[in-house]
Design a protein around this ligand. Structure first.
Ligand code: GLY
Length: 389
């Protein structure tokens, strides 16, 4: 419903709905995976192609495990980073600009979804005073809640090269004590959660790192769908929403380990990685030894390793594909069409990894038995264990 409400809202602002592109970009050598909603529109931003329409809205499948945007280590440890997530977005290709982007985002958040304005914070690029003024003129945010940050937080780029520009981000305080907020927490503490990024695309960064102004100015916004769902349901964790609960319950059923086993990290990592693997395999990626395939292999092995923490020695990740299809299949029918292919690929890869891991653990024991107590594992053995097993 929330996904549809976002799309409906921007349709009333004359945006056209466009389907998510694949998570595997087939025609952009600068990316291993689609990492933002704007990727499919890159040719329009840099003026290589004319857009068929000037305003679009969508929910884009994104993967952030490699390259400039990589959230892998946060996944499962915190409540709101994912290797795979949906990004709700709306775009202007040389049409409306900052004023409309800002006032519409505020309207949707505070008038349609009625988020508490006393929990919202806004950040702007430190050189972009214009955006600060527009927030004051076109929203009723308390001006003290508009904060300036540098390029790390408020200048958005999809990769080392490509379209980019200053951005203004909207953050939501998820903490218990509404009177306990402070500007210091924004971009620092987990309770201050970034929910929506409005990027004002006006440059193209070239291979030499130079910023070239674009002939037209564009808007590229991205709102974290899972985070919005959590906030609109009054939850501080994305995993406590309809998007994840059925998957976590299925993991409990299959493994027999309760949901908060080891602080809940293994269940969360497995649920997250299942989504990344299923959607990338559905879109044509395959585990392998290099590039994109190696990223898939590492993510699958990471999920399997957390499965070992739950004492799962046999392949089991593939059994979770069915429940994922129930949760996401309506919005993204490609996973229904490819269900049995996804299951087969995951099962085969899990099996081969389990065999490798068992051989590695045997070898590890042999290595340990060979050295004296408190001794040192020889570099050659350590390398072989890391590299091969
Ligand atoms: N393209 C905007 C974002 O990914 O935040």
């Amino acid at each position: 419903d929330i996904r549809q409400q976002f799309i409906d809202f921007f349709e009333t602002k004359s945006h056209e709905f466009i389907r998510s592109s694949a998570v595997v970009p087939h025609d952009d050598p600068t990316l291993l995976f689609t990492n933002a909603g704007m990727n499919q529109f890159k040719p329009y931003f840099i003026g290589l192609q004319e857009p068929p329409t000037k305003r679009v809205v969508n929910s884009q499948k994104c993967i952030r495990v490699s390259g400039k945007h990589n959230d892998l280590e946060e996944v499962g440890v915190d409540d709101y980073h994912h290797t795979f997530f949906e990004m709700l977005g709306n775009w202007s290709f040389g049409d409306f600009y900052k004023k409309e982007a800002i006032s519409w985002a505020w309207e949707l958040l505070t008038e349609v979804w009625k988020l508490d304005k006393k929990r919202l914070w806004v950040t702007i690029y430190h050189e972009d005073d214009e955006s600060g003024e527009l927030w004051k003129e076109h929203s009723d945010i308390d001006p003290q809640r508009i904060l300036k940050f540098g390029a790390k937080d408020n200048f958005w780029e999809m990769g080392e090269t490509g379209p980019c520009g200053p951005c203004t981000e909207i953050h939501y305080y998820t903490g218990e004590n509404i009177d306990d907020q402070s500007a210091e927490g924004v971009n620092l503490l987990a309770e201050y959660r970034e929910i929506w990024n409005l990027v004002f695309i006006q440059y193209n960064r070239n291979k030499n790192g130079e910023l070239n102004p674009l002939p037209k100015k564009h808007v590229d916004t991205g709102a974290g769908f899972e985070r919005l769902v959590a906030i609109l349901n009054g939850k501080s964790s994305n995993y406590e929403t309809d998007l994840f609960i059925p998957i976590l319950d299925e993991i409990v059923k299959i493994t027999g380990k309760e949901i908060l086993f080891e602080g809940g990290v293994p269940h969360r990592v497995i649920a997250d990685h299942l989504r990344m693997l299923s959607f990338s395999i559905a879109d044509g990626a395959m585990p392998g030894n290099e590039g994109r395939g190696y990223v898939l292999r590492r993510v699958l092995r990471r999920a399997a390793r957390f499965g070992r923490k739950l004492e799962m020695k046999e392949p089991f990740l593939y059994k979770l594909v069915s429940i994922l299809c129930q949760v996401m299949g309506e919005a993204f029918p490609e996973i229904l069409d490819k269900k049995s292919h996804i299951e087969k690929v995951i099962e085969a890869e899990e099996k081969s990894f389990n065999d490798t891991l068992d051989r590695g653990l045997e070898m590890f024991d042999r290595v340990l038995n060979k050295i004296p107590k408190n001794g040192t594992i020889p570099g050659e053995d350590a390398f072989k264990l890391y590299d091969t097993y």
